[in-house]
Design a protein around this ligand. Structure first.
Ligand SMILES: Nc1ncnc2c1ncn2[C@@H]1O[C@H](COP(=O)(O)OP(=O)(O)OP(=O)(O)O)[C@@H](O)[C@H]1O
Ligand SMILES: [Mg+2]
Length: 494
């Protein structure tokens, strides 16, 4: 046994978050740590790596009992932690980020920059990662940043590597690549703790699992002995069947209309979306659906065609004008695009609405709190107090706050880019119900996702993208995984 954590207790401000939990990881295995949002997964990893001090329990690692764990101490023992949130310094270079605090010093006490660049390059070629060590981190794509984080952790020959939702910013090829790296290191005896909400991934890479629920240990065992449905049941605590929540609805006039719309990553898009309609967009990463949303919202610059909302043409490249026309957008990649770390939950929630109404100087805390309470209930946000820092929430609960941020703007058109990223199975179902409810109330909704079951549950129709174009629209009853894959890989035309 490489790691043995027993009876671990941890409370924040008197509220217990971990209650006598246990976790055992063997040498050379990938161990999936599973549980709903707020179950305590990240907290336990923070205890193991010295970010938080435990209130009770014992930790044994590699035959030694660890008494007072510090961040540096756990690193020295060979525990590397790739956090759920990216931890890179954007204004520094790639190699500086890797060697921060562990600089290689020459005989005269000066940093040996050349050597560090060389070693970083060697690391990347060993892992087959294509990143220039001298590049500034701010110039990297999100997926490259994620790969850099992982490479950085691998640099110091860790015995145990903790990956907390490592694939959220990676496309399928990059995920395969990461899994290949994991399999190779496993052969050398490295162990992994793998945290994810995506079942196919969990089953593809893990050997064993441990499930937590509400800060308690529930079960552990071999992945080969359990099904995805059984795991879900252990996580949620009861069987809940969320099939068939879809209901056909009457839809109204055209609210959002795209005519021959082109921009970076997509071309000649024609789409009419009616009041009360839910339209799914999908395709492989980079096929254009996410790019289209960003352009409608004014983040990137259109090159041709028009976007009309309620009969009014939105000018190019103005997020503010898009918002004023009644468009809201939940961006993908929460870590990079949504979290404002210095602000409380409440402030993170009302930000968009106040930017819009330009009333930031007259914030009625009481009224905002009431609204927050409403969202807390409907979205089941696990938080203690609305004045807490956004960073005190689990990843999935942060995502719910950002969903609330945009629901709170009363926008007519909701653009949801990968809205259930990092959200557990139970909460996903809540969010689907909410989206259907919003459509019933007359919102016009576009949802972009790579998860086909998601579209299958809620979309009235779905547009499949391939190389920047819509290659197929499928009506609700025609949507299924095979058909969507057929068009998104262009196999239908091969
Ligand atoms: N620094 C903190 N201060 C107060 N509460 C915290 C802090 N960190 C975590 N919590 C609380 O502890 C609970 C467990 O959070 P944790 O981040 O461990 O969940 P998780 O299992 O990783 O969930 P997710 O899948 O959403 O990331 C949550 O209710 C969270 O709000
Ligand atoms: Mg977490």
């Amino acid at each position: 046994m490489l790691l043995e954590m027993k009876n671990i207790d941890k409370a924040f401000n008197g509220v217990p978050v971990l209650k006598k939990v246990q976790l055992q990881v063997e040498k050379g295995e990938v161990h999936a740590l599973l549980g709903e949002n707020g179950a305590g997964k990240s907290t336990l990893m923070n205890v193991l790596t010295g970010v938080y001090t435990k209130d009770g329990g014992t930790v044994e690692f590699d035959g030694k009992t660890l008494e007072h764990i510090t961040i540096r101490g756990s690193e020295e023992l060979g525990i590397a932690f790739v956090h759920q949130e990216l931890n890179l310094f954007n204004d520094m270079t790639v190699w500086e980020n890797i060697f921060l605090g562990k600089e290689i010093v020459g005989p005269l006490g000066r940093c040996n920059k050349k050597e560090m660049i060389r070693m970083a390059g060697e690391l990347f070629s060993r892992l087959d990662v294509r990143i220039d060590p001298t590049e500034k981190v701010e110039n990297l794509k999100t997926s490259e940043k994620q790969l850099l984080e992982i490479s950085k952790a691998l640099f110091f020959q860790a015995k145990l590597l903790i990956l907390d939702e490592p694939t959220t910013a990676l496309n399928n090829d990059e995920i395969d690549h990461l899994f290949q790296i994991i399999r190779n290191l496993k052969k050398e005896g490295t162990s992994f703790i793998f945290i994810s909400h995506k079942m196919p991934e969990i089953f593809a890479i893990s050997d064993r699992y441990t499930v937590f629920r509400n800060g308690e240990y529930i079960a552990s065992g071999k992945i080969a002995d359990i099904t995805a449905e059984e795991v879900t049941r252990l996580m949620v605590g009861s069987t809940s069947s969320f099939r068939d929540i879809y209901e056909a609805r009457d839809t109204g006039e055209v609210v959002l209309s795209l005519k021959n719309y082109s921009g970076p990553g997509f071309e000649d898009i024609n789409l009419d979306v009616h009041r009360g309609q839910i339209v799914g967009l999908t395709g492989l990463q980079g096929a254009g659906s996410s790019e289209l949303m960003q352009c409608i919202f004014g983040i990137t610059h259109a090159t041709g065609g028009t976007v009309t909302v309620n009969g009014e043409i939105i000018p190019y490249h103005s997020t503010h004008r898009a918002m004023r026309a009644g468009v809201a957008m939940l961006a993908s990649n929460r870590k990079e695009n949504s979290v404002i770390p210095d602000m409380s939950l409440l402030e993170n929630m009302y930000l968009a609405e106040h930017t819009l109404s330009a009333s930031k100087f007259h914030i009625h805390q009481g009224r905002e709190k009431e609204k927050f309470e409403k969202y807390r209930q409907t979205l089941n946000i696990k938080a203690q107090d609305s004045s807490d820092s956004i960073l005190s929430l689990s990843g999935g609960n942060q995502q719910k706050v950002f969903l609330a941020r945009w629901l709170n703007t009363n926008a007519d058109v909701l653009l949801l880019d990968n809205p259930t990223q990092g959200i557990d199975v139970g909460a996903k179902a809540e969010i689907y119900k909410l989206i259907l409810q919003l459509a019933k109330e007359g919102k016009t909704i576009l949802i972009n996702t790579l998860e086909i079951p998601e579209i299958q549950k809620i979309a009235d129709y779905c547009a499949v993208f391939y190389e920047g174009k819509i290659v197929k629209t499928l009506q609700h009853r025609e949507i299924n995984e095979q058909t969507v894959m057929l068009y998104s890989t262009n196999a239908a035309n091969a």
